[in-house]
Design a protein around this ligand. Structure first.
Ligand SMILES: C[S@@+](CC[C@H](N)C(=O)[O-])C[C@H]1O[C@@H](n2cnc3c(N)ncnc32)[C@H](O)[C@@H]1O
Length: 241
């Protein structure tokens, strides 16, 4: 993929997992530059350019959503994240709280306590990143509304019970050794696509990030782009007319 929106020299050190944004053993994160680029490409196809609702149905610890909230402070209005794992959803809530003053000030206090106790450079660096994030949200017009819930996305029911519609659905589905799919299906991504339909409208843009092994073949969707970056493949899709 040739990047259109973020150049090579861009420095994303403030977003490093475990610095201000919480990480946890067994949870994955996502390359910030790819996340930002894919979101902007989705916006290209979207008929809406601000006041955007985004949804990640395999949100894990909410790293991807938190990063997108910080990179697009004036564009994203509602953030929805769901995951099958209880533990993932509590981490996602904690991370997404960093998009609020209250959450960031609480994190600042935690980091100050760590500095007082250990006097480590890494914590002092984290404090600088908190200031960068505070600056981002200080200049933001409206804070996003955040909603996290537990849902098995291979089951039809959970999203039938939701009453929101998303403008952009962006997700990094399970693959590899660290995180695998929970649930029964021999065609997981296509099952996911069928099951998310209740929260889509006709202009919703979807970005599904996966590995080369999981193929998308779903007649209900048209493909705008297929992006290849290392071992990742990202499909940008939309419901057929
Ligand atoms: C690659 S991780 C996503 C990481 C996330 N994008 C982040 O930034 O933190 C995939 C997630 O899919 C979740 N998952 C696995 N099976 C699922 C299912 N059937 N329904 C919903 N989520 C599922 C896992 O619990 C895991 O958190």
């Amino acid at each position: 993929m040739i990047y259109k929106y973020y150049n090579n020299n861009e420095n994303f050190e403030h977003f490093a997992c475990g610095r201000v944004i919480h990480g946890k053993a067994g949870f994955t994160n996502y390359p910030v530059r790819i996340a930002g680029e894919v979101f902007k490409r989705c916006l290209e196809y979207s008929n809406k350019k601000d006041g955007i609702t985004i949804y990640d149905p395999c949100c894990g610890g909410g790293y991807l959503l938190t990063v997108l909230g910080l990179l697009n402070p004036d564009i994203i209005k509602n953030i929805y994240g769901s995951d099958i794992s209880n533990e993932a959803i509590s981490l996602a809530r904690e991370n997404l709280s960093l998009l609020t003053f209250e959450g960031l000030l609480k994190r600042k206090q935690q980091i100050n306590d760590l500095i007082a106790k250990f006097n480590k450079q890494s914590h002092k660096d984290a404090l600088k990143s908190v200031e960068v994030f505070l600056n981002i949200i200080k200049n933001r017009k409206i804070p996003p509304q955040i909603h996290c819930f537990i849902a098995d996305i291979l089951d039809k029911k959970p999203l039938e019970e939701q009453d929101f519609k998303t403008d952009i659905l962006i997700t990094d589905v399970p693959y590899g050794n660290l995180v695998s799919w929970s649930g029964e299906s021999d065609n997981t991504i296509n099952q996911l696509l069928d099951n998310v339909i209740p929260v889509l409208h006709k202009n919703t843009i979807l970005a599904i990030s996966t590995d080369k092994g999981q193929k998308i073949k779903n007649d209900l969707f048209v493909r705008h782009e297929k992006l290849k970056i290392g071992k990742r493949v990202i499909y940008i899709l939309q419901l057929k007319e």
